[in-house]
Design a binder for this molecule. Structure first.
Ligand SMILES: Nc1ncnc2c1ncn2[C@@H]1O[C@H](COP(=O)(O)OP(=O)(O)OP(=O)(O)O)[C@@H](O)[C@H]1O
Ligand SMILES: [Mg+2]
Length: 455
């Protein structure tokens, strides 16, 4: 069956043939527009935006070849079929070399005509998809959204990706900043080169230089082999500096220098190595505020922040909640081999109304939690309520999380050893003094863990 929506523009100064062709193609289900000369065809082209043009080669005024060239310049992917009399086949063959899709000789055979038309339309659909369709969407395929705010942001991403400017992504925790950074990389000309992510909040301060710039063997104790460093491993690609607000102020001038000079020097190296990276950075912090407070260098701030992208919190795009929830649900259900059809209306209401301080990641956690615990094919409001209550602190900082972990760990140790500090310290591989300090910091009293008969 032919797609009725396919539009064909036919051009021929022989009006009888034009009418015949129109009828034949229309009866095959195409939407046909005809023009009796090339000039008129060019006007029609802009109006009807055809999927295919069929034109006679010899016409008075502008001929078929000139028409093809005019079309080709504006719409390189639009296929053009040329009609030719027997005598001008060599010319038609030349035309193909110049990019004409195909030629047909008159008198035309109806079946052959339709076969060629189908083929041309098929190829053109794929070509235009490759040029503007699926490949276009490939870069954003991980980002699920139906929010106009996000669409606007993605338009900005697309534009900014085309250039090499430094981009700073600002947004609350869990809004999808890293996802966006990857999208920038994928939409850019660097897409086939590496995307290297560095989380500045987890690198201990003294290791920034070696992590980013690398080191040579023997540069310091423990440097048993050369290490390239993240800057060089991102060469010709994109370096994503996540949580840039946590970059130590003492390291900031070194980063700035590397960016300005487009080269890095590994620790212990004599020579510098040219490195070409595109920088995308991100933070949940207000970097401008950090700069004004003297915690972030102004020169680096301006260097990184040529363009700012603001990712809206989930609470400002609640229309994304059902699509994201559905996405996480089906992914989680599949991973757990569970047959879960969806959320009860009350459960969805809760999801839609929740405050989501931890944004998309928070929603993902809640849905995953509910899926794991669900015993019914429809997720109930109760499960969602529990899951929402269960994650009261999705916004914990690393320090808070570490603190909580440390405390839980210490409590476990004390329980296991029934308050025997020496044993507990041994298990934790800490000396007693250090261990006591930890206990004091967490206000833990060992004697409280001794069993009743001992106390
Ligand atoms: N629009 C989206 N579509 C699908 N998944 C998303 C979307 N936004 C975020 N996610 C998912 O949510 C989680 C958090 O996203 P991401 O790590 O990009 O956020 P972030 O802003 O970098 O968070 P943080 O500030 O905590 O580092 C990831 O698992 C990501 O895949
Ligand atoms: Mg992140």
């Amino acid at each position: 069956m032919n797609d009725a929506k396919h539009k064909i523009l036919i051009v021929d100064d022989d009006t009888d043939l034009l009418r015949l062709l129109s009828m034949r193609l229309a009866s095959a289900g195409y939407q046909v527009t005809s023009a009796e000369n090339a000039e008129k065809a060019l006007v029609q082209l802009a109006v009807i935006r055809p999927d295919l043009v069929i034109t006679d080669l010899r016409m008075t005024g502008m001929d078929g070849m000139k028409l093809f060239e005019a079309i080709h310049q504006q719409h390189p992917a639009l296929p053009v079929i040329i009609l030719t009399a027997h005598g001008s086949i060599p010319q038609a063959v030349k035309a193909i070399e110049r990019g004409v899709f195909n030629y047909l000789t008159k008198p035309l055979d109806g079946k052959v005509l339709i076969a060629h038309v189908q083929k041309a339309l098929h190829v053109s659909a794929h070509r235009s998809e490759a040029e503007s369709g699926s490949q276009d969407l490939e870069w954003r395929k991980e980002i699920i959204t139906r929010s106009p705010l996000m669409e606007e942001l993605l338009t900005q991403v697309r534009l900014v990706a085309a250039s090499d400017v430094s981009v700073f992504i600002h947004g609350e925790t869990g809004t999808g900043k890293e996802l966006l950074a990857r999208a920038i990389h994928r939409a850019s000309a660097r897409r086939r080169k590496p995307f290297t992510a560095v989380n500045c909040s987890v690198i201990p301060e003294p290791l920034f230089e070696s992590e980013l710039f690398g080191y040579r063997r023997g540069a310091f104790t423990g440097a048993v082999r050369n290490y390239q460093g993240l800057f060089q491993s991102a060469h010709e690609g994109t370096l994503f500096l996540d949580e840039i607000g946590d970059m130590p102020i003492l390291f900031q001038p070194k980063l700035l220098r590397a960016l300005q000079e487009k080269q890095v020097r590994s620790i212990g190296a004599v020579d510098v190595t040219p490195t070409d990276v595109r920088i995308v950075s991100a933070s949940h912090r207000d970097l401008e505020g950090e700069m004004k407070a003297g915690r972030f260098r102004a020169d680096l701030y301006y260097r990184l922040n040529v363009m700012t992208l603001e990712v809206p919190p989930l609470s400002k795009r609640r229309e994304d909640i059902p699509v994201l929830a559905g996405h996480f649900l089906s992914r989680m259900a599949e991973e757990n081999e569970k047959k879960i059809a969806g959320f009860s209306p009350e459960a969805m209401e809760l999801l839609l109304a929740a405050p989501w301080p931890g944004n998309v990641r928070h929603l993902q956690n809640v849905v995953e939690h509910a899926v794991v615990l669900s015993t019914t094919p429809v997720i109930s409001a109760g499960l969602i309520q529990n899951a929402l209550r269960d994650k009261p602190e999705p916004l914990q900082s690393l320090d808070e999380a570490r603190d909580r972990f440390e405390q839980t760990y210490l409590v476990q140790l004390l329980q296991m050893t029934q308050g025997n500090v020496k044993q507990a310290a041994n298990l934790a591989k800490r000396n007693r003094t250090e261990f006591y300090k930890l206990l004091t910091r967490h206000k833990l009293i060992p004697s409280l863990f001794r069993s009743a008969d001992e106390a």
